[in-house]
Each structure stands twice: as C-alpha cells, then as structure tokens.
Design a protein around this ligand. Sequence first.
Ligand SMILES: *[C@@H]1O[C@H](CO)[C@@H](O)[C@H](O)[C@H]1NC(C)=O
Ligand SMILES: *[C@@H]1O[C@H](CO)[C@@H](O)[C@H](O)[C@H]1NC(C)=O
Ligand SMILES: *[C@@H]1O[C@H](CO)[C@@H](O)[C@H](O)[C@H]1NC(C)=O
Ligand SMILES: *[C@@H]1O[C@H](CO)[C@@H](O)[C@H](O)[C@H]1NC(C)=O
Ligand SMILES: *[C@@H]1O[C@H](CO)[C@@H](O)[C@H](O)[C@H]1NC(C)=O
Ligand SMILES: *[C@@H]1O[C@H](CO)[C@@H](O)[C@H](O)[C@H]1NC(C)=O
Ligand SMILES: *[C@@H]1O[C@H](CO)[C@@H](O)[C@H](O)[C@H]1NC(C)=O
Ligand SMILES: *[C@@H]1O[C@H](CO)[C@@H](O)[C@H](O)[C@H]1NC(C)=O
Length: 662
Amino acid sequence: MCFSKVFWSLLLAVLLGGALTQVGCLDFNFPTFKKEDEHKLIISEGTTILMNAVQVTPDVANDPITNYSGHIFYNKPFRLWSKSKNITASFNTTFDLRITPDLSPKQSPVGEGMAFILAADTTFPQKSEGHWLGIVNASTNGSRQAKIVAVEFDTRKSYEEDIDDNHVGLDVNSIHSIEQVSLTRYGINLSETYLYDAIKVRVQYDGKVMNVSAKTNITSEYKLISLPLELSSYLPEKVFVGFSASTGNAIQTNCLRTWEFHSSDIVDEELEMLWVWITVPVVLIVLSMIVFYLYWQNKHREQPEDAYPRIEDQIQGSSMAPQKFKFKDLRKATGNFNPKNKLGKGGFGTVYKGFLASKEVAVKRMSKDSSQGKQEFIAEVTTIGSLHHKNLVRLIGWCYERRELLLVYEFMPNCSLDKFIFGNEKLGMEEPTLSWERRHTIIYGVAQALDYLHNGCEKRVLHRDIKASNIMLDSEFNAKLGDFGLARTLQQSKNTHHTTKVIAGTPGYMAPETFLTGRATVETDVYAFGVLVLEIVSGRKPGSQNEQSDYNNKNNIVYWLWDLHRQERMLDAVDSRLSNEFDEEGMLSMLVLALACCHPNPHQRPSMRTVLQVLTGEVPPPLVPTERPAFVWPAMPPSFKEDAENFSSGSQLSPFTELTGR
Ligand SMILES: *[C@@H]1O[C@H](CO)[C@@H](O)[C@H](O)[C@H]1NC(C)=O
Ligand SMILES: *[C@@H]1O[C@H](CO)[C@@H](O)[C@H](O)[C@H]1NC(C)=O
Ligand SMILES: *[C@@H]1O[C@H](CO)[C@@H](O)[C@H](O)[C@H]1NC(C)=O
Ligand SMILES: *[C@@H]1O[C@H](CO)[C@@H](O)[C@H](O)[C@H]1NC(C)=O
Ligand SMILES: *[C@@H]1O[C@H](CO)[C@@H](O)[C@H](O)[C@H]1NC(C)=O
Ligand SMILES: *[C@@H]1O[C@H](CO)[C@@H](O)[C@H](O)[C@H]1NC(C)=O
Ligand SMILES: *[C@@H]1O[C@H](CO)[C@@H](O)[C@H](O)[C@H]1NC(C)=O
Ligand SMILES: *[C@@H]1O[C@H](CO)[C@@H](O)[C@H](O)[C@H]1NC(C)=O
C-alpha cells in the first residue's frame, strides 16, 4: 500500500511541478480587442477599448486630449532572464498599429507617436506626454532607474536627435534612440496608416539580437532594425510588456488593433522553490510513513504477544459490548487482588471477589501465561456480554490494560452447585443438603439457560462445558450458568491449527462422539446436561472416562444408571440425603429424561426445548430403551453437518461458541 502512495504522491508532485513550470512562459493572442479583454490588461486612465482596438490615446471629439500619455500592459509579467541559470528568454511579438493624426489645418505640428515597451513595472511615469512618448519623463530620461526598453514609432521630429517625423527607433532607458530608421524610404508614412489599414510590426528577440520588421498591405515586410542587445543589462528578470503613446499640442489617435506574443520559458526559480516546497514534505511524509510502518512491523514481529491492542477495537466495535473498566479501579475493588478475596483459581486465572460502587462483583484476572488467547477473550466479552437471561451469570464488564485481561461478573454468594451436591470433603465441611424441590428448580433453571443459548438469543451459543462446578447459585439458590470452572479444563488452546481436533470440555460430561469429531454441537451440550441431571439427582460424581474405549466403564454415571434402568431399579440412584422426600413419578420422569439426553446416538437426544416441555409436564419423557444402545459411528448429529463449517479452529476452544447462520 505504501508503494502505491509513494507513486501517486510523486506523480502528483511531478504534475504540479510541470504545471507550475508552464506558468513561466507567456503566450497570448488578441486577434482583436473587445471590452471583455480589459481584465487581461492593465490600462491607464483615459485609455479605452473601442472599435475592436485599444485606443492608447483616445480621440474624444468634444474634449480633445492633448499633452496626454497612455499605457497598457499585459496583466502578467514574464521571465526574461535568469541570473542563477545565466540564460535569457527569447520572444516574438506581432501587432497592428494604426496612427491617425488630426490633420485639420490649425493643428500643427502633429502629435508625437507610440511605442512597444518592456518595463520593470506597470507604473505609468508622470509627465511623460509630448515628446517623451509615455516612455520616460524629464527626470527619468537617461537614468538606469527607468528600467525600460522601447521600440518607438515616432510621428514627430521633437528635437535635434530625431531624424525625421516618420521613424522607428530602439530606446533604452531614454527617449534618445540607440538606433533609428526612417520609414519614408520603405514607402511607409506612419501618419497615413489609414492608407494601408494598419502597419504590421514584428519584434523578435533571441536573447542576443533584437529584430524589428514592418509591413503594410501594400509593401512587403522589411527588416528595419537588427541590433545586438543584452536586455538583461537593463531590465530586471521579470518584465511586463505593453504599449505607450502620447500626444502633445495636437491630438492623435494611437490604436493597437491586434497583438500576439510568445516567449520561451525559463523555469521560474520561485516556482521551482514552490515545487520543492510541495515535493519535499510529500516525500518526507511518505518516507516517514514507510519508516514508521517498517518499525511498527518490526516491533510487532519481536513481540508477537503484543497483538493485543486490536482487542480494544474489536470489543468496542461490538454493539453489545459491556462496560470497560480501568485496571486501577479493578485493582482497588479487589484490595490489590488480595488472596483473601480469592473465590477460585483455574488454568486461565484467578477469580476475586470485589466491590465496585459498593456492589459485590467477581473479577476474573487472566494469568499472563494463560492459554486463553485473545480470540477467546473477545468471544467471551462480545458473546456473553450480549446475553441477558436470569439463569446466566451476567458479565458486567472487561478490562484490557498493561497486557492484562480481566472480566467482571455479577457476584454469586452461594458459590457453585458442586459444593452442595458433592460436599467439600477436603475441608470436611458439609453444605446444607438441597431439597428435591430446590434441585428441581436448579435443573429447570439450567435447562432454561441452555434453551436460551441454543434457541432464544440472536446467535446460537454453545456452552460446551456444562457441569456442576459451572452452575452458580444466587442467594435464593437459583441456578446461573457461568464459566468460572471452565478454566480448569481447556489447556490445549495453543494447538489452534485447522487440523488439530482439540477436545474441549470436561471428561465425564462429554458425549461419545466428541472423541471422534472433537466438535461441540447442540447435542453435546444436551448430553452434558443429561449427565448434570444425573449428578444432581444422585449426588454422585460422573465418573471419569477419557477415551472411547473407557466408555463402558462401570464407574460411568450414565452406564450405571442405564444398568439400573434395565433392572427397573432407577429410584435406587436417588441421593439418599433426600430421605425419600420426593414425588416418585416425577423423579422417574426426570431420570428417563436424563438418560434420553445421554443417548449414545446424538440423533436420539431431545432438544432443550423438548427437555423444558418434559420438565413442565407438558409432554411425557421420551422413550428410552432398557438396554443402553451401542455407540455406532458414524452417527453424524443432525446439527453437525450444517454447523461444522461455521466452526473456526479458534472458536473451538472458546467456552462459549457462536454458531452463525442459524
Ligand atoms: C553566461 O553565459 C555566457 C554565454 O552564454 C558566458 O559568456 C558568461 O560568462 C556566463 N556568465 C556567467 C556568470 O556564467
Ligand atoms: C517622472 O516619473 C516618475 C515616476 O512616475 C516620477 O516620480 C517623477 O516625479 C516624474 N518626473 C517629473 C519631472 O515629472
Ligand atoms: C535624454 O537623455 C539622453 C541621454 O540618455 C540625452 O542624450 C537626451 O538629450 C535627453 N533628451 C532630452 C529631451 O532631454
Ligand atoms: C506623411 O503624411 C503626412 C500627412 O499626410 C504628411 O504631412 C507628410 O508630409 C508625410 N510624410 C512624408 C515623408 O511623406
Ligand atoms: C490596403 O488597405 C486599405 C485600407 O483598408 C484599402 O483601401 C486598400 O485597398 C488596401 N490595398 C490593398 C492593395 O489591398
Ligand atoms: C535577426 O536578424 C538577423 C539578421 O537578419 C538574423 O540572422 C536573426 O536570426 C534574427 N533574429 C531573430 C530572433 O529573428
Ligand atoms: C502642452 O505642454 C506644453 C509644454 O508643457 C505646453 O507648452 C503646451 O501649451 C501644452 N499644450 C496644450 C494644448 O495644453
Ligand atoms: C520566434 O520566431 C522564430 C522565427 O519565426 C522562431 O524560430 C522562434 O522559435 C520564435 N520564438 C518564440 C519564443 O516563439
């Protein structure tokens, strides 16, 4: 991307530079003059554009203009020479003049003439009328300060030096021509230009020699003047071009009818500087961008774990993102992560109790060497953060600072369900026994939470790790599905490659097909729910089995129950601590439902929706064969085919897995 930027910037600079360079030369053509051409010209007062010509000294019938000088300039200067480059431009110009003296008998002699001028500026010298031809005045005549070169067309012999009243002269800073030529011998009379319509003049300069030629419609073109002239000795680098004319005692119209001008271009240093001013910063910016980019890339290569900053963007970009906390606030809330406030510890980090705005919260602080990656963190924040259900532990907020990832949950005063159903043997503490009514409420709550995850929220979510230690109990012993215990099981998240089938979940809760597919599905969640129900009812641990070969292990709670089912002794499985205080029919229905959920064939397992209907008594529990059916593979779960593609290897490790395209 950087290289295309460089390219475009350079191209832009070159184009700009090129365009600016073009400004250096001057090219224009007035085949005729119209009123609207005025804005291209700088015109002195009294000078007008009339009858398709510039009346440099106008003819005003009732107010004869005598002793007057007029000027016009083209409104832009051109670069005549360059000191630093030691070169001089060349130019060509052609123009048509028409001079008409007032020849009424009383007027004698006729008035003055006109001139093509190259001048340093566009100020019109005061008192330059009469024989000064608008070029100089008494004080500037002969002075280097005049900075003016003129080709004069003089219609009057004003003083000694003038050869006659019909000549062309070349003037440098003075009215005294350095070269003058009478037109009479070429058959041209300036005072009678009406005879030829106009006199056509060509002035050419090649940087060394100035040539002046003229023709009329009845004469051919004559070279009048050809004189070596170092214009750079008399004129500044930039000059304006134009015309002057004057009248004396008599009036005389001095008209410019056409004017064409071409100059060669000298690259203007100022514009060159501008080009540099534009190009240098652009190049510098682009270079610094490249350097910064390389530096950034390099830095990130050195510290791959610092790929975290994008977490912020991803989480903030999610519309459902929960609150973002400051690290220092969470540290304060947990008493600087005081071990006394520790609620639990797992492979992913430690959970602390804290007070935020005098409300109890649970703060999960990921250990820095945690295998829970950033994708899992993002998934947890954006997925769980958007879920709202009374049977789900609510994620209040998150924090990512100093490369520490923290999650803030609502606080559950009664800890997790496993403490109640299995007791805490280590401490020898016995939690109060949960009545059947409470256990039923807990089962119903978990079923509602799962149904919400599977069917009720915007995107299907798989919990993937349903077990007693992940069921939190609030002060009213309502079940809330959470993830605190999760951390203990997902250890292989470094293997995030596509081919690796990482088995996520807790042994004993995992459906048999999991060991073959490594995939979580709606049906594997249902299986784990079935195991959970059996635990809650029996108060027994699910037994361990890791491999498919171990599946027929008699320690397995599912196998054990199915065996009791075959012997029609299922009620023997019920926790003795319940002291037979339960409705037998309801209990049997619950156990059959649990077995149905634990059917080896995922197709046969009921959906959570059906489970809820059985729990409310709307429908009877599904029929379950008395012999535990053999596990047959392949037995693709119905949801697997359509959902399989939607799993990324990364999300496979996530405790809550999103299924899109539901
Ligand atoms: C400028 O160029 C002319 C020839 O074009 C040369 O004679 C003269 O010495 C140069 N002047 C400088 C200052 O380089
Ligand atoms: C000649 O023209 C210059 C520039 O316009 C002006 O300053 C000066 O006063 C004029 N001299 C006379 C004698 O008018
Ligand atoms: C103008 O100045 C020149 C010297 O450059 C001088 O020869 C000439 O006589 C002056 N003309 C007038 C009318 O003063
Ligand atoms: C030029 O024309 C004017 C006006 O017609 C005339 O007075 C003058 O003598 C002519 N000059 C020449 C050299 O023919
Ligand atoms: C030259 O121009 C004048 C004025 O427009 C015209 O009267 C005359 O016939 C022209 N002469 C030629 C030879 O075209
Ligand atoms: C000026 O005239 C001379 C001699 O007639 C010629 O050699 C030269 O090329 C001309 N210069 C220009 C710029 O027309
Ligand atoms: C023009 O100026 C000259 C010299 O300043 C003066 O003698 C003459 O009377 C003036 N002419 C008119 C018509 O004002
Ligand atoms: C001026 O005219 C001459 C001959 O007509 C030509 O060679 C030269 O390129 C022209 N110069 C400019 C700046 O137009």
